[in-house]
Design a binder for this molecule. Structure first.
Ligand code: NAP
Length: 688
């Protein structure tokens, strides 16, 4: 019996009543039995909401991000065990690289993004502060804080590692505990990596639980502050959404009749045509076509249909060996189960009954390479050969509606870009469409018509054919999901995914209050000025609001001339009185903006070696009032945000810099970014 991990312990049912038998996809041999009968679901959810919320609440964003990296390292060190186990579910090593390495990659990416893009605390700021009172004493700002409940994930069978991990990583980063429910046919693969993480001893109490088997009555136990993240078929999503209590977020990623369009310019013989066919072959065969993002409809110019079918046939014959993934040389395994094979065949029959022509493959059980290397029939294996079914542009609705979730695609002919776009959109909302074209006019025309029907659009051309991550590969940096039938949800997409597990709140208050609530200094809030120069303070002593206010410095015509000739920036606004005065923005010759920023650095810098290690940039720089020869400037520099780096002995300090002239007019405003040591020089390690 497959175990679950709930309330900090491994659990198995008392007996096997009602358990589902999971079998090897190639041989039918029993692997495990899955049941959650008698599990304390209410207790598991409460454990997440109490212990899980508590343990994750003790960590900042960067600390959680670091944990993700450690999880990734644990799994990376043991991934060959996962590859081996996945063979029983029909996955070749290449398939496992998509699922297992893909999942580990998500952990690494979220770790790195979390440490670079999230602040040091637990509150995420969305957009700038808005001034709501003329004198600046009342501000508003959008913030995100974590949801107080549990993230219940319900997963599809085809990605037992990547699927749960791409939800778990952003939830953990947000600070929300997760309860994973894997799909039964591959639950043992999810159990395996969850066990590895639990064994590592790194998982905070209650942050990760696993229920192997069904979740009876779970929706009645959910409440405001909880989230359901579902991946699976559209029909299951619909049924579960209807049961979701009010106030509980329901995110869904469902099946999708994705398209790949061959542009009219990418005729046979071109590199882009070849890239289109190669991609079609990969999508048809990777994970035996059991990918939500696989190409279900190849939409090609009518005159190229035969050439595409022929080229695909040739490529499959050269590259694809169907069989038991335990045997050497097999490049495509079976689908996950006999039930799934029958489901795929029902889909193929619907396509054929609707007038489709079998262009590649057949519905007959294929001869395959068996585990012992012999070739022949495998009646207990769920094998399906790659299948391409052809249609004209008048393809019936069934082509755009039926997802045969296996190595099956339809080839649809089009005449004209309008027709191609219309065919794409008949999918009713897709996760992804790819377009193979070298012509930006074709790409622009198609994108304008299809973008709103797709979560992602990939343009394949000569330049990216070799480097493209591929039609079917969601990347953690970009949104995965799609409108309409694809579920209407969004996952991944960098930090966007973390925010799905957080609540946005508009917070209003005084500058001091917003500074206290967010940990970020807001203009108008208290400052500490006049004491020790803040550049002398390591992070251990520096506080937001620490300010340095400089003396004034006059800017002379000689300064402007010197700067112009030294840098080569002799733009007329600095050099030619008449031409400058004719410009609508300047009273006459004015100082270079970069001269002012350089003078400001000269005014605020504290030159001796100290805790400030480097200046690594400026952000949000705006020049507001021009500075004429004879004007003077002064600068105020205020510590705005302090972000210690978890694994280094320094951190980042963002300084609010404001330059004003002799009349107190605002000349320039920007953020200065510096790296600052955590401790005084004497207590730092000698390498630094
Ligand atoms: P499925 O039959 O819809 O099942 C999905 C999940 O829902 C499974 O974990 C299943 O558990 C669970 N489930 C079913 N009924 C439930 C209920 N009443 N209460 C709670 N959970 C319930 O889909 P599948 O066959 O596993 O996966 C294949 C489908 O997923 C394909 O259509 C594919 O396109 C889609 N998919 C979409 C994405 C995406 O990101 N958009 C990714 C991968 C797959 P049991 O297994 O225990 O029944």
């Amino acid at each position: 019996m497959l175990a679950s991990f709930v309330q900090g312990a491994w659990w198995t049912p008392a007996d096997e009543t009602g358990a589902t038998v999971v079998r090897d996809a190639s041989t039918g041999a029993e692997i495990t039995r899955v049941s959650s009968r008698g599990i304390d679901l209410a207790g598991a959810l409460e454990h997440a909401r109490t212990a899980g919320q508590r343990s994750l609440g003790e960590l900042t964003f960067p600390q959680r991000a670091l944990l993700l990296k450690q999880f990734a390292q644990v799994l990376a060190a043991r991934k060959s065990e996962l590859y081996e186990l996945a063979k029983s579910a029909g996955a070749t090593v290449r398939d496992s690289m998509v699922d297992v390495d893909g999942g580990i990659g998500v952990l690494f990416t979220y770790s790195s993004k979390g440490r670079r893009e999230l602040p040091a605390g637990q509150v995420y700021l969305d957009g700038p502060a808005e001034t709501l009172a003329k004198d600046g004493s009342f501000l508003g700002r959008h913030i995100y804080t974590r949801l107080p409940g549990v993230a219940v994930q319900i997963n599809a069978f085809n990605f037992p590692t990547w699927g749960p991990l791409e939800k778990f990583a952003p939830a953990l980063l947000a600070g929300v505990p997760t309860l994973i429910k894997p799909a039964t046919p591959t639950a043992h693969l999810t159990e395996a990596w969850v066990r590895m993480l639990v064994e590592s001893g790194l998982v905070p109490d209650g942050a990760l639980q696993l229920v192997s088997g069904a979740l009876p009555g779970v929706f009645e136990l959910l409440r405001l502050g909880d989230v359901v993240a579902f991946t699976g078929s559209a029909s299951t999503a619909q049924a579960l959404r209807a049961q979701t209590p009010e106030g509980v977020r329901f995110m869904s990623e469902t099946d999708s009749i994705n398209a790949s369009v061959l542009g009219p310019d990418a005729v046979p013989g071109t590199a882009t045509f070849d890239a289109f066919v190669r991609q079609l072959m990969v999508e048809l065969t990777a994970k035996s076509g059991q990918k939500c993002t696989a190409i279900r409809r190849a939409i090609v110019p009518v005159e190229s249909m035969d050439a595409v079918a022929e080229a695909l046939q040739t490529a499959l014959a050269a590259k694809v060996v169907v069989g038991d993934p335990h045997a050497d040389g097999v490049t495509m395994g079976p689908v996950v189960s006999l039930a799934q094979r029958d489901e795929v065949m029902r889909g193929v029959r619907k396509l054929v009954d609707a007038g489709g022509r079998m262009l590649v493959g057949s519905t007959a059980a294929p001869e395959v390479v068996r585990a012992d290397g012999t070739v022949g029939a495998a009646p207990d294996g769920a094998f399906v050969a790659p299948i391409l079914v052809g249609f004209g542009a008048d393809a019936p609705d069934v082509v755009h509606e039926v997802e045969a979730f296996g190595p099956v695609s339809a080839l649809v002919g089009y005449s004209g870009l309008d027709e191609a776009a219309e065919l794409v959109n008949r999918g009713g909302g897709s996760l992804v469409t790819s377009v193979a074209t070298d012509d930006p006019v074709v790409a622009t025309a198609l994108l304008a018509r299809i973008a709103a029907y797709n979560g992602r659009v990939l343009f394949l051309d000569r330049a990216d054919a070799r480097t493209s991550t591929g039609h079917g590969s969601p990347v953690p940096h970009l949104v995965h999901g799609g409108p309409g039938r694809a579920g209407g949800g969004e996952e991944l997409g960098g930090i966007r995914a973390v925010l799905h597990f957080m609540q946005r709140t508009a917070v209003q208050g005084s500058p001091d209050m917003l500074t206290a609530l967010t940990g970020v200094w807001h203009p108008g809030a208290a400052v500490a000025s006049g004491g020790e120069h803040p550049f002398r303070k390591p992070l251990s002593r520096l506080r937001v609001g620490d300010r340095f206010a400089s003396a004034a410095r006059e800017v002379t015509l000689d300064d402007i001339e010197t700067f112009a000739h030294f840098t080569g920036d002799t733009f007329y606004a600095h050099m030619d009185e008449q031409a400058a005065a004719a410009n609508p923005f300047f009273p006459g010759r004015v100082a270079h903006g970069y001269l002012l920023v350089s003078f400001a650095a000269g005014l605020f810098v504290d030159p001796a070696p100290g805790p400030v290690l480097a200046n690594y940039g400026l952000e949000n720089l705006r020049f507001i009032t021009p500075v004429s020869p004879g004007d003077s400037i002064r600068v105020e520099l205020t510590a705005k945000q302090i972000t210690p780096r978890e694994t280094d002995d320094y951190g980042e300090v963002r300084w609010d810099a404001v330059i004003r002239n002799q009349n107190d007019d605002l000349v320039a405003a920007y953020d200065v970014l510096t790296l600052v040591a955590k401790q005084e020089a004497a207590s730092r390690s000698p390498q630094r």
